[in-house]
Design a protein around this ligand. Structure first.
Ligand code: EPZ
Length: 455
């Protein structure tokens, strides 16, 4: 199937790549978020579309040669990065408010910017759809990040099981299907770990493969289900998404669709913790309460009251939050690793000792040092943090190390005595849609300045 398009892909992704159209990271790096803490919040928080659904579904849009429209898309730096990467693959994408119109009728003359792929792990998920559509794909390795090495061995092994020849050379994953006509073949795949990304990559690749694919020990996260529902809306035959075993019957092609992204459960959880840590009452919507079962249970354990104002609106009352609790992060439906840092900020002010164990990523406790700068009492032992509650935190200059760590520092700043200045805001802007605007609407004293470079 070595058509022009395929040749265009094979000459693909140069590692020099096109320049990003990102807002300049340096600007964000010189910005500072100022928070004067210890004030109550009140009101309603609007929750945006889910970042981790949006990024996977944007890659999934490549499966359809008829184009599609995705709505409820959050305004995030990571979404813009994904737009840049898909545009570099020759995909036409138009942003229309909170909607994206994606026309993937032609994938070609790709030169996905290496420096972007290495910064946005989710861009690697494009390998499944591109390989499924064209029979060949070359995507730079996403590389590690602050929270871990982030390998892609489960993605690669699954694609190999589906008949792809996959080589990794000079930091580029090169895959092509050995099958006649370049079409992947269905396979039975067991994932050593219920990886969200590997489940999504292989599910997408399987939608256009010949025959049935079974993914066992699959990730069950709501974002996996959202991606499956999106693919089904385009004509895919998928059953079992959200369970440990997913069945996909390959189809010949996918058609256009319009699809709305689910609410972001991690943004919602972050604002639920904001209510608890400031001992406020907040209404949070839209949410899917079933996506927040573990977070709700843990908030109730420490004394928060969580009630349902409507099927899609939660009310969190934090006035009685004082007890400690233990947290162990696990694949869904366990306590989400993406909420670990935020919850730890809350536990720094809870009575007694709380034990936080991070089991999903090998290096996702870097927020501990910064929280200690604000007066928290936390002892680290490998992937376990023992948090001993203190009466108050004190505002201080701190630096964010990764996306969820930055959210934890914002939460700590909201509760601290005095002013906290947070740097490293490019992390925060990756995953939170206008967070300081939403907090100001609730009465928080929070504003951003761009720090003049030191002369
Ligand atoms: C997704 O990352 C999310 N990102 C992460 O959210 C989230 O923390 C993570 O799932 C877990 O829920 C997106 O969806 C864009 P994994 P992903 O593959 O797919 C290991 C945030 O803050 N692993 O489930 O990369 C891996 O090293 C971000 O919004 C392999 O060993 O996560 C990790 O230890 C952070 N080999 C564990 O599995 C592989 O081939 C879980 O990773 C793949 C993963």
């Amino acid at each position: 199937m070595m058509c022009e398009e395929v040749r265009a892909i094979i000459s693909t992704i140069q590692t020099d790549g096109v320049q990003s159209t990102q807002p300049d990271d340096e600007d964000q790096e010189s910005s500072v978020l100022h928070i004067v803490g210890n004030s109550r919040l009140s009101g309603h928080v609007p929750i945006s579309g889910a970042k981790n659904s949006t990024l996977a579904i944007m890659a999934g849009a490549l499966l359809s040669s008829d184009g599609c429209r995705i709505t409820n898309v959050p305004s995030l730096a990571d979404v813009q990065r994904m737009i840049d990467i898909l545009s570099a693959l020759g995909i036409k994408i138009d942003r229309d408010g909170d909607a994206l119109d994606i026309d993937a009728s032609h994938i070609g003359q790709s030169s996905a910017p290496y420096e972007l792929v290495s910064k946005l792990r989710a861009s690697f998920f494009a390998i499944g759809p591109v390989l499924a559509r064209l029979g060949v794909a070359r995507i730079p390795l996403p590389g590690g990040c602050a929270i871990g090495a982030r390998p892609v061995d489960l993605h690669v092994r699954g694609l190999q099981a589906m008949g792809a020849d996959v080589q990794i050379e000079h930091g580029i994953v090169q895959a092509y299907s050995r099958q006649p006509g370049g079409r992947l073949r269905g396979a039975k795949i067991y994932l050593d770990y219920p990886s969200v990304g590997a489940t999504e990559t292989l599910m997408m690749a399987a939608t256009l493969a010949e025959g049935e694919t079974i993914i066992e020990n699959a990730a069950q996260e709501p974002e996996v289900v959202d991606l499956a529902d999106f693919c089904i809306a385009m004509g895919a035959k998928i059953q079992g998404a959200g369970t440990k075993t997913i069945y996909i019957d390959g189809v010949d092609r996918m058609h256009a669709t319009e699809y709305a992204i689910i609410p972001d459960r991690i943004e919602a959880g972050t604002f639920m913790v904001a209510a608890a840590i400031t001992k406020s009452i907040l209404d949070i919507s839209p949410v899917v309460p079933d996506h927040l079962t573990a977070v709700i249970a843990k908030l109730q354990e420490i004394g928060a009251k969580v009630s349902y104002e409507s099927p899609t609106c939660l009310r969190v009352e934090g006035s009685d939050c004082h007890r400690g609790t233990d947290i162990e992060t696990l694949p869904y439906p366990g306590f989400p690793t993406d909420m670990q840092a935020q919850f730890m900020a809350l536990l720094t002010l809870s009575e007694g000792n709380s034990v936080v164990k991070e089991t999903v990523f090998e290096n996702r406790l870097q927020h501990v040092a910064e929280l200690c700068r604000m007066g928290a009492n936390i002892r680290l032992k490998g992937n376990i943090a023992v948090v001993t509650g203190v009466p108050t935190l004190s505002g201080a200059p701190v630096t964010a190390t990764d996306l969820r760590a930055s959210a934890a520092l914002v939460l700590a700043g909201l509760a601290a005595q005095g002013e906290t200045q947070i740097k490293g805001l490019h992390h925060l802007d990756r995953g939170y849609d206008r967070i300081e605007h939403k907090l100001r609407q609730l009465g928080a004293n929070i504003y951003r300045t761009s720090e003049a470079p030191v002369a």
